[in-house]
Design a protein around this ligand. Structure first.
Ligand code: 4AD
Ligand code: MG
Length: 477
């Protein structure tokens, strides 16, 4: 007989039909009531074992964590909160789980503890919900772009270029690090390396993405990216996934609009398609909030925050306008900011971004026209000579969720910037050549997938929204 999924059974009219269902035991009460979960939904199915219907030996093996397969009748449930249950006629133990040793007890564990058992944590309600939402968000990303005629491009993971010019890259090499070959000057001879040159894990697919936008008009990438920054925060990973659309014929305003449309679409998709998981996560976040001191609690619950984003336009303003607001703000005057806002041109820290979003505007914010010194070489230079057409989208509780810009499409201008910043012009030959052959105004941005996941699930630590987080000092699993 074909196995049914629990999600499907919970929505089926019970009429005594025989069903087969498999999953992992969450609890087994009174030698009678099994709560069985197969991950297809947050809800468990109740399976009822009639007294004396199974040998004592089998009953003992129905333990929290064990994997079992059940055959039985689907009947209306007399218990509260569930429409159906299964009356067990056959039960097979597929995989035992020693209750003395199984680390996941049917109680609340701390997220820190669960990170240490990342191979098992997805069997909890919280991580099951988060990972189903993660799947739905990835699917919705493709849906959004496909509906708009964007082409999905697979940009390389191993690259020879440093897209952000920030230098925080993981090296890729097959040389023997204990005795690498040397050239005449005694430097490591990367000509003898696998690719005949230095290579790294990509920090962004943008530069390769631009080449495709200048042929296919509208493209996007969605893949893993890597940053070797020593950032031990709740918003940084060393390996994270990024969505990077790149569009010919879009200026910075079209770019901002696309960013807003994408975020609103994804949040609405979660509300519409992940209802039960989001409701569970909403309750979970509310409990977490209740444990905090009053002044640190957020004013809105998770679902309220999600609706708020879908229903309101994002506030758009320039870096300079934001700078004035921040300089005159109370926390700046009272020296409550860790980094005080004094001189135009300084980069905003997450405390400043969150002040703008959570305290001043109380809605998502798009900042545009940043000082060129704090932004990347490829951003389009504005006529004032001081700023570039860069934009960041800032979200409550998160800070920067999207970073992007209009790109410098003028050959002389970009070469001048590459030289000013002493970037390796010869490695960028192909990127610069785009500006020689059929250059076009174009724009794009990067959305950090895990930051989106944090917002949508209300999980406060980015390490809890990716299956196996990589961060400084940790690459277990
Ligand atoms: O602002 P970033 O560094 O921009 C770029 O990489 C551009 N090349 C994107 C583009 O224009 N195509 O990163 C983009 C986004 C950030 O806004 C943030 O959401 C996320 O990627 N991000 C990280 N997420 C998790 N861990 C990290 N270490 C991250 N660094 C950036
Ligand atoms: Mg950025």
């Amino acid at each position: 007989m074909k196995r049914s999924k629990i999600k499907e059974l919970l929505g089926t009219q019970p009429s005594g039909q025989t069903v087969v269902v498999s999953g992992w035991v969450r609890t087994f009460r009174n030698n009678q009531f099994i709560a069985l979960n197969d991950g297809s939904t947050i809800h468990s199915l109740q399976a009822v074992v009639a007294l004396n219907s199974l040998p004592e030996e089998t009953l003992k093996r129905i333990t929290t964590g064990a994997c079992i397969s059940i055959t039985g009748e689907l009947i209306p449930s007399p218990a509260k909160g569930q429409a159906v249950e299964v009356k067990v006629s056959q039960l097979e133990i597929l995989g035992d789980s020693d209750p003395e040793k199984f680390p996941l007890q049917p109680k609340r564990h701390s997220l820190e503890f669960l990170r240490e058992i990342a191979h098992l944590r997805v069997r909890t309600n919280t991580f099951g919900a988060v990972m189903r939402v993660r799947h739905a968000m990835a699917f919705a990303v493709h849906q959004f772009f496909n509906d708009r005629g964007f082409v999905y491009v697979h940009t390389p993971i191993i690259t020879g270029s440093d897209a952000e010019g920030a230098g925080a890259m993981f090296k890729v090499t097959t040389l023997d690090i204990n005795k690498p070959p040397r050239d005449e000057k005694g430097n490591i001879d990367s000509k003898q390396d696998f690719f005949g040159r230095d290579t790294n894990l990509t920090v962004s697919g943008q530069l390769e993405g631009e080449t495709y936008a200048l042929a296919l008009s509208e493209i996007y990438t969605f893949g893993p990216t890597f940053r070797a920054e020593n950032s031990n925060t709740t918003r940084h990973l060393a390996e994270f996934w990024m969505i990077e659309p790149e569009m010919a014929f879009y200026d910075i305003h079209d770019n901002m609009q696309l960013g807003q449309d994408l975020l609103q679409y994804l949040v609405r998709y979660a509300l519409d398609h992940c209802k039960e998981d989001i409701e569970f996560l909403d309750k979970r976040a509310a409990e977490e909030e209740a444990a905090k001191p009053q002044e640190q609690r957020s004013e809105l619950g998770l679902i309220d925050r999600l609706k708020f984003v879908t229903e309101n336009d994002f506030q758009r303003l320039t870096y300079s306008e934001a700078f004035d607001i921040l300089r005159n703000s109370n926390p700046n005057k009272k020296k409550k900011f860790q980094y005080l806002i004094e001189k135009w041109g300084a980069d905003f820290q997450s405390e400043h971004e969150r002040y703008l979003v959570e305290k001043h505007f109380k809605k998502p914010v798009i900042l545009v026209d940043y000082p060129k010194e704090i932004k990347s070489f490829y951003m389009r230079q504005n006529d004032d000579g001081k700023t570039v057409a860069a934009m960041d989208i800032l979200f409550p509780g998160i800070g920067e969720i999207i970073g992007g810009s209009q790109r410098e499409e003028r050959y002389e201008r970009i070469v001048q910037r590459v030289n000013e910043l002493k970037l390796p012009e010869k490695d960028l030959w192909w990127y610069l050549e785009l500006r020689k052959f059929g250059s076009a105004p174009h724009s794009g941005f990067g959305l950090g997938f895990e930051r989106l996941m944090q917002f949508v699930t209300g999980m406060t630590n980015i390490r809890d929204v990716i299956p196996f987080p990589r961060f400084p000092g940790n690459a277990e699993f």
